[in-house]
Design a protein around this ligand. Structure first.
Ligand SMILES: C[S@@+](CC[C@H](N)C(=O)[O-])C[C@H]1O[C@@H](n2cnc3c(N)ncnc32)[C@H](O)[C@@H]1O
Length: 397
């Protein structure tokens, strides 16, 4: 096979591994296929650097990568979060330590900006802060570590640590904040399609040198339970996703948080919009060098794969475990509520910060696509600056 077609189809060793698993066990659920494509230890998308055809390497996230995220766009995202966290710290009575858990930190840009800003404006808080990163990819853990070191030198030898999964954090161990940006959209999803009379699952098979999709009965009882719990109703032929992994993660967050707030930022919808009949093909998309594709069977291991988040399902599964909703808004409203405009007052209109902010706040831009879900546990509901401007009625979830 010529090397450019290999580059197009994906990583040969990863493809081989997937083919072997299919021949051993039969067609894979889409969730398993996505799991291997993104998180296979040797070759998964998030587990390695991108290697170009000319053997040069680049990071996956950011302008040189395949997609950018809000914290990569501007440090103002982390700076506004510091404001919010300081308000929560005051409401929790300045605990020591204040634990900030960042889950799925990518390149470490958010962590570096967050800590640097704490050092500038809240050194006392920084002294009490314990920064816990949860990162599945060892490669990204090391990138995060070097970004933080560049920003903070030797700060935090005993105030900074990593685990690879929320499962490794002890129950009730966090008084503080549990934060993620674009983590949940990176969880493997099951894909389903309504073929009357049944809801069928999409499985991935391999035949005549290519991956293809087959429909079959739901692979586990958990999926039917998800459908029943969240009132998933599709139209004939409609494809969508079921987020079992996101629910399991939410339960873990509830288990770990003793007193404090969970802040989840991601693109997504309420359940009602998620399964709306005009969303015929679901929300799964792939990113490669800032181009969007709907084909997950090309560039396997070399392109990002992501599904929008069902925030109603997250809120509902959180509530079932004692993690109660405080509010839900758009990222733009969240940033405005935290005073982002005043943070750039006096800056040149052409400056990077103002340009990035206009990109975040423009109508139909990231600021409206992205939502912020805030939940609490072990504390009374509190007014939060980030939720000053609610974009929706409180019962929208
Ligand atoms: C789309 S990236 C977002 C990166 C970063 N938050 C940002 O905004 O730039 C998803 C991140 O979540 C991590 N991740 C995915 N699943 C995870 C899991 N189960 N536990 C911890 N980290 C996970 C990925 O390795 C990656 O760092």
């Amino acid at each position: 096979m010529p090397s450019d077609s290999l580059h197009f189809s994906g990583h040969p060793k990863l493809i081989q591994k997937i083919i072997e698993e299919i021949s051993l066990r039969g067609p894979l659920t889409f969730a398993r296929f996505m799991e291997l494509a993104l998180y296979d230890e040797g070759h998964g998308y998030y587990m390695t650097q991108a290697v170009e055809q000319d053997q040069s390497s680049r990071e996956r996230i950011g302008w040189q990568g395949d997609f950018f995220t809000a914290p990569e766009l501007s440090p103002i995202v982390a700076k506004t979060l510091v404001r919010q966290v300081l308000e929560i710290d005051a409401q929790l009575g300045h605990p020591s330590p204040f634990v900030f858990v960042e889950m799925g930190g990518g390149n470490g840009t958010f962590a570096a900006d967050f800590l640097r800003h704490c050092q500038e404006i809240a050194p006392d808080f920084l002294n009490r802060l314990f920064y816990q990163l949860v990162e599945r990819s060892p490669y990204l853990q090391s990138l995060q570590s070097s970004r933080i070191r560049e920003a903070m030198g030797h700060w935090g030898e005993s105030q900074l640590t990593w685990v690879s999964s929320v499962e490794h954090l002890a129950a009730d161990s966090v008084t503080g904040v549990m934060f993620s940006n674009e983590l949940v959209d990176a969880f493997p999803v099951h894909r389903v399609r309504l073929k009357r009379p049944d809801l069928q699952e999409i499985f991935v098979d391999y035949e005549n040198g290519q991956f293809l999709e087959r429909l079959g009965p739901l692979s586990s009882r958990m999926l039917q339970d998800y459908v029943d719990r969240h009132g998933v109703v599709l139209q004939e032929g409609q494809v969508s996703e079921l987020h079992v992994a996101a629910e399991q993660w939410m339960a873990q967050v509830a288990r770990i948080l003793r007193r404090g707030i969970a802040i989840t930022v991601d693109y997504g919808h309420t359940g009602c919009d998620y399964y709306a009949s005009d969303r015929k093909d679901g929300t799964l998309i792939c990113y490669f060098q800032h181009a969007v594709s709907t084909n997950p069977y090309i560039r396997v291991g070399a392109q990002d794969m992501t599904a929008h988040v069902n925030f109603s399902a997250l809120a509902k599964s959180g509530s079932a475990c004692g993690l109660l909703p405080v509010g839900f808004t758009t990222l733009a409203n969240w940033l405005m509520g935290l005073g982002v405009e005043e943070m750039v007052e006096g800056h040149d209109h052409e400056s990077k910060e103002v340009q990035a902010l206009s990109q975040l706040l423009r109508p139909h831009g990231m600021g409206t696509t992205f939502k912020v879900l805030v939940q609490r546990k072990g504390i009374e509901s509190m007014p939060l600056q980030g939720l000053r401007y609610r974009a929706f009625f409180d019962d929208v979830l």
